[in-house]
Structures are given as C-alpha cells and as structure tokens.
Design a protein around this ligand. Structure first.
Ligand SMILES: Cc1cn([C@H]2C[C@H](O)[C@@H](COP(=O)(O)OP(=O)(O)O[C@H]3O[C@@H](C)C(=O)[C@@H](O)[C@H]3O)O2)c(=O)[nH]c1=O
Length: 186
C-alpha cells in the first residue's frame, strides 16, 4: 500500500496493494490495520456510498455537510474513471479555497482521503462510471450543502458538464459563508 501527500495537507492519495493473476486482480480496498501500520489513522467510517453516472462529463459537487455532521470521505472508483476534487473550506486555513484533483479509476486503484472541512466533487471521464466512498458521518439532509462547481477555477476538463438541478443552483464560493474553521491540526 502506498500513501502519498498532495498539495493540500491532510488530503491523501492511498493506493492499496493489488494481487494480479490470470483472472484479474484482488485488492483489500479498506484495511484499518494496514493503514495504521503505515502510520495513518483515519476516523471511524459509518456509511458507504455508491453512485453511478451514465455519461462522460457528469459532475457532482461541490458538496459538504455542515458541522456537527461534517463528513470525511475515502473515495475510490469501482468502474470507469473520474477526476476527484477536494477544496479546503476551513476559514483561517493557509490553504483556504485551494483545490487538488486526482484521477481515480478502476484501473489505477487509487483512493482519495478527503477530510472533514473540505468540499468534495468529481467529474466522470468515462461512461457508466461508478464511485464508492466511505463516510465518517451519516447523511443528514438538513446539513447538506453545495458550492458552485465553476466558482473556483478548478480545471475540470469539461466546459458544460451534466449537473443535477441542485448543483446548478448552488451559491458561488466567494459568496458562501463556510461553516468550517481551521483548528491548526491538518
Ligand atoms: C448523499 C446522500 C443522498 N441521499 C439521497 C438524497 C437524494 O434523494 C438522492 C441523490 O442525492 P444527491 O443528489 O445529493 O447525490 P450526489 O449529487 O451524488 O451527492 C453526493 O455527491 C458527492 C460529490 C459527495 O461528496 C456526496 O457526499 C454527496 O453529496 O440520494 C441519501 O439518501 N443519502 C446520502 O448519503
């Protein structure tokens, strides 16, 4: 297993080991003990999510849940390919408003750890792409929020993505009051 840092402290790329043979591959996609032995302790996960997007260029984001229901997410791609994005949304952070994007595919087996306090979104780069992610808090509809995908100069690689009605009507990052604060531990 490989753990790589990104330009945003706290956001990590985790690539579990793959055992390939003539049938395909086997991989432990989540193993708490292996991660801990590698020096990484993540919060407890309580919910797994799985979504499929039919068309290339489908964009979901940028999403968050407000405290006390903020979610950290460990994201991977089960089928196809996507560009996954995390934005530091913690007021007072030296990286406030900065983003990182990583290509996650079924083929590369990478996972992205998006800590609480970060916005999360992704765009699909292949048809019928499936995303699977573990969350550190339960879904809470009243805490659910979004920031406009095109208000942060993120290089999504698509000019006119397919969006939900909700994501089309989100507030721009510059007009948004973040509910997250930087406490200096990331
Ligand atoms: C996120 C979520 C949605 N739902 C319901 C609400 C709604 O009826 C339907 C579709 O919800 P959404 O349109 O919000 O789905 P989606 O746009 O895929 O939202 C997701 O986007 C990615 C980027 C994230 O990071 C996730 O946390 C989540 O916000 O599913 C749940 O029941 N549980 C959940 O955890």
């Amino acid at each position: 297993m490989q753990i790589e840092e990104t330009a945003l402290p706290g956001v990590l790329i985790i690539t579990p080991r793959r055992h390939g043979d003539h049938r395909g591959f086997f991989s432990e996609s989540w193993n708490k003990r292996t991660l801990e032995r590698a020096g990484l302790s993540l919060p407890e996960f309580v919910q797994d999510n799985h979504s499929m997007s039919r068309e290339t260029g489908t964009l979901r984001g940028l999403h968050y849940q407000s405290p006390p229901h903020a979610q950290g997410k460990l994201v991977r791609c089960g089928r196809g390919c996507l560009f996954d994005v995390a934005v530091d949304a913690r007021r007072g952070s030296p990286h406030f408003g900065q983003w990182v994007g990583v290509e996650l595919s079924c083929e590369n087996g990478r996972q992205l750890w998006v800590p609480p306090g970060f916005l999360h979104g992704f765009v699909t780069r292949e048809a019928d792409t499936e995303i699977i992610y573990k969350c550190t808090d339960y879904y809470d509809a009243d805490s659910d929020g979004g920031v406009r995908w095109d208000s942060l100069n993120i290089e999504w690689g698509v000019a006119r993505p397919i969006l939900s009605d909700k994501d089309r009507d989100c507030v721009a990052f510059g007009e948004w009051q973040t509910p997250f604060n930087f406490n200096g531990d990331a």
